[in-house]
Design a protein around this ligand. Sequence first.
Ligand code: TA6
Length: 284
Amino acid sequence: MINVFTDRHGLPAVSIKNDLAAALISLQGGHVMEYVPHGEEPILWMSSQSYFEQGKPIRGGIPICWPWFGAHPDNPDMPAHGFARLCLWSVAGGKELEDGSSEVLLRLDKCEVPEKFPAMAFALQLRVTVGRQLSVALEIANTSGMTFYFSGALHTYFNISDIANISVEGLDGSRYVSALEPEGVQQGAITFSREFDRVYLGTDATCYIVDTGFKRKIKIAKKGSLSTVVWNPWIEKSQRMPDFGDEEYHRMVCIETANAKEDQRHILPGESHILETIISKESL
Ligand code: TA6
C-alpha cells in the first residue's frame, strides 16, 4: 500500500507498506527516511535531533547529495552537498510489483529556491523500490542544450548495534582520500576507533556492514558509481553538529554510493545518468 500524507512535522510524505517491508519517504529532499523489512531491526538510522523543516536537510536515512558532493567547488556560500536535499520533491507515480515489492517515483524539475542556485536545466527522478531489498535510483537527465558536470551521493545512514560491534567489508585494496589523514590503500576490513571520513575511489564493489550485535550483515550493492564514502563523525564532530546527538555516533555508520572527487560525472544534452544503491539484509 502506498499512501501520500502530511507527517507530524507538517511535511508531505509517502508511506509504503507491503507483505515484505515498510518504508517512509519525505518529499522534503526526496528523502528516504525509514526502511524496515518485516521482523527486522530498522536498516536506516535517523538522528533524534534531526531537523524536519522545509529547506533544511534531514539527518539520517538517505540524503540526496546533488549536484555537488561536500563543499561547493567554487562558492563557499553554497550549502554543503548541493540543493537537491533542500528542495520539495513531488510524487510522479507508484505501483505494486509482481514480486510483492512497491515502487514509488519522485521528481524534482526545479529547485524551490532558484534565486540562490545557478540555473540548471535538469530533471531528477528518484525510483524507490521497497521489498526484500531497498533500491534507490537517482536518475539525472540533462534537459539543457549543454553538457553539464556534477558530483553527488546517496548518503545513506545505517542503523547498527554499536560502532564497536561492526566492520565494513568490500573495500580491501581500494585507494582512498580523506581530509583527516594522508591518502592510502585500504588494508582489510574497516573498523572504527576515531572520526573516520574516507572517499574510496575506483571501486564498484559491493560493501557489507558486518554487525555482530544485531547478528546480521547489511549488503550495499551499487550501479553508476565508482566511489564509496565511509563516515563516522565520532564524538567531537557529533558535538559540533546541532542536529546530531553527542553519543549518537555509536549507533550509525554512513556507507555512501557516490560520484565523488575524481568520480564526478558529466551528461551530454538529452542524456542521463543513474546512480543506484541496492540495500539488503543477510544473516551472519
Ligand atoms: O559523507 C561524509 C561527509 O562529507 C562528512 O565530511 C560530513 O560532513 C558528512 O558528509 C555530513 O555532511 P552534512 O552536510 O550532512 O552535515
